[in-house]
Ligand binder design. Structure first.
Ligand SMILES: [Zn+2]
Length: 298
């Protein structure tokens, strides 16, 4: 059995794992903070170290801001291994198709919700890339033509409402109007420390205001997913990332919103599910992309 080192370079963390060629095994899983502000050279060094650690461990157990940096070639040289490179959200959804919640389906669309919202489209076992490689930017579909400003420069993108930081920002903004909530107690009164995860935690603890924020999030995501369902008629919509921590409190109203908005035959045929490969979807997907590019099939 041959093994592939999957490297997931995120805005916050780098995750590296060594994956069996057929996806049956993931070993040597290691991670470290990205710290992209230290520059490309420092991050390359960190990736090489992680990749070596992952390979060593495997043997022992049978949005970055760079432009035109030759990442694939530099890593390949440093590690002495053939390398390939792809978009992190594409890889995450490809990983969920290969070994996770969307396994075996021919029509898959997915979202990864974290610092931003990424997306991926997997049709017939292949990532759909579009004519210039930017297909699947689901986070930047407009859900309100006059809505909140997005980092991409557009107004009203889904990401501006339902990314982790956007969920926290909406929660804090709403509190300004005198909401009755226990949220400040979770952060010792320092509202700048509120995160999406804290909002889910408070919702689980029964805080009505936090629950409202989760319901609003479900409504925004449901609007986006309804558009996806109408356009792609997918068999599976897989939603990955920290947002899955909100569980059924999020997924139940989200499915309700999709049902309310999208065409019935499309809704009836579609499963909307959380990702299964928590934290490792990108690693699996990167390995699967490599297998597909070198062997032609996964
Ligand atoms: Zn945008």
């Amino acid at each position: 059995m041959r093994y592939i080192v999957g490297i997931d370079i995120g805005g916050t963390n780098i995750v590296v794992g060594t994956v069996a060629e057929d996806g049956s095994e993931l070993v040597g899983l290691v991670s470290a903070p990205t710290i992209s502000e230290q520059g490309a050279e420092a991050v390359i060094e960190r990736i090489v170290k992680l990749a070596r650690a992952s390979v060593a461990e495997a043997r022992g157990t049978p949005n970055l801001g760079w432009t035109n940096f030759p990442l694939r070639d530099r890593l390949g040289q440093a590690l002495g291994l053939p390398a390939t490179l792809d978009n992190d959200a594409n890889c995450a959804i490809f990983g969920e198709w290969w070994r996770g919640a969307a396994r075996g389906s021919d029509y898959v669309v997915g979202l990864t919700i974290g610092t931003g919202i990424g997306g991926g489209i997997v049709l017939g076992g292949t990532i759909y890339r579009g004519v210039s490689d930017v297909a699947g930017e689901i986070g930047h579909m407009s859900i309100d033509s006059n809505g909140r400003r997005c980092k991409c420069g557009n107004d009203g993108c889904l990401e501006a409402y339902a990314s982790g930081p956007a969920i926290a920002a909406r929660a804090v903004e709403g509190m300004g109007t005198g909401a009755d909530t226990s949220l400040p107690r979770y952060v010792n009164g320092d509202l700048s420390k509120i995160t999406a995860q804290i909002v889910y935690e408070a919702a689980h603890d029964g805080d009505q205001y936090a629950l409202e924020v989760v319901h609003d999030t479900a409504k925004f995501l449901g609007t986006g997913v309804a558009n996806i369902v109408n356009i792609f008629n997918p068999e599976v919509v897989v939603i990955c990332g920290g947002v899955t921590l909100a569980g059924e409190k999020l997924f139940a109203p989200l499915r309700g919103e999709v049902k309310r908005r999208a065409f019935k035959p499309a809704v009836d045929a579609c499963r909307i599910v959380p990702g299964e490969l928590t934290g490792t979807a990108g690693v699996y997907g990167a390995a699967a992309v490599f297998v597909q590019r070198t062997l032609g099939t996964v």
